[in-house]
Design a protein around this ligand. Sequence first.
Ligand code: GBH
Length: 481
Amino acid sequence: MSEAVLPKDFLWGFATASYQIEGAVHEDGRLDSIWDTFCRKPGKIADGSNGDVACDSYHRSGDDIALLQQCGARAYRFSVSWPRVIPLGGRADPVNRLGLSYYVKLVDDLIAAGIEPVVTLYHWDLPDALEKRYGGLLNRDEFVADFTRYARVVLEALASKVRYWVTFNEPWCSAILGYSLGQFAPGRTSDRTKCPEGDASTEPWIVGHNLLIAHGSAVKVFRDEFKDKIGGQIGITLNADYAYPWDPQDPRDVEAAERKLEFSMAWFADPIYFGKYPDSMRRQLGARLPDFSADEIGLVQNSNDFFGMNHYTSNYVRHLDTPPDLLDFSGNVASSFESKARESIGPESQSPWLRPNALGFRRLLNWISDRYGHPTIYVTENGTSIKGENELSVEQMVDDEFRATYFRNYIQALADAYSKDRVDVRGYMAWSLLDNFEWADGYETRFGVCYVDYEGGQRRVPKKSAKVVGQTITTLIGEAN
Ligand code: GBH
């Protein structure tokens, strides 16, 4: 019996998101999300694909649960598709009981299988009707009211059974990729070769602000109306890459690295924990960064029961001597995979932005813990793609040593943060249970610990990494022999 490093009740498992796995986009009353319409635009998705079928999990939740059991998972993080539950999205629009019942059954089946559901309310699939009706996430009052009602509908159905709630997944991605770079739905940007509409100098900051208020409003509903049902906790999931200074001897690079973390994590976490945006953001963005009214900050401040964290990779960050560009969203820095001393951050994966560097994970856990007064952290996503994986035979694909090594190193880094650095990290969800629709990268990039044969009847085969996640964690919990 090995020595226990992680707590006995450590919550671990695997994560997915509705649009990436469910398919069945027009079944049982579901209407389009902004991702359905975005995928139909030419040139947006690498392989021209979409989520029409994906992993067909709408019809195969039994298979998914069987896989989770095979992997030994204690928890499963999935997201609810708003356009399935309220197809037209709005607070006066009808609830679709058929859509809702898919999630009720999923939760019941998970619990019957001994697996704790972790439910995300919003993982990027806004009802397209709301985008068309009033500009979606850009319209503060309408969006907040509609999201709040949607949250209440889902909570009414599930709050007596679900103890872990995430309001929004990665608001940074919704705001920057959706409204600055235009890589994600709705694809707005200042780049007129990509989209006829959008203003990347203002819209991302408005969207981020509106997401924070919508989060705070849903948390209030949860706490006022539902928390007493079975207790339970609610939080938002934020993403950031860790930032190492390019030249650790240069204080301007040390500052630049800090600033980049502020422009990613602290953009959302500072308002929640401190009631204000970071000074570095206010300084650079001025009035383009909205102000919180007293009512708004009353909703946002202290609205996290836990800190949800998604993390994949790290960068070296260098200061710039030129003034910030109007469209800059990173704190006027340059990011790279090589330091001044020519150290490489890590080996390539299939995703151009992702290179494994497990120490960065430990550092980021510490950065969050130190800055925000040692909050309870749940890691709600962590994982990797593999360069060239999609070109391999199935036999080769399931022997995913690169991913297995990634998980061993990252989980060890988490255990070090917990046991040596006293970071209060109590859960870990690997991304992802399944190969799935990887947004703008389509199906060419795989993140699953289980292989999915999209053309071959949706066969699912656990890869080596599926076992490694469980073995590594249970050993650290002190359960394995
Ligand atoms: C997660 O985001 C998502 O929550 C999940 O749905 C997704 O499948 C998973 O990652 C794997 O990608 O284009 O160079 O400007 C991860 C965080 C941050 C990753 C932004 C992509 C793009 C950087 N994402 N990043 S870039």
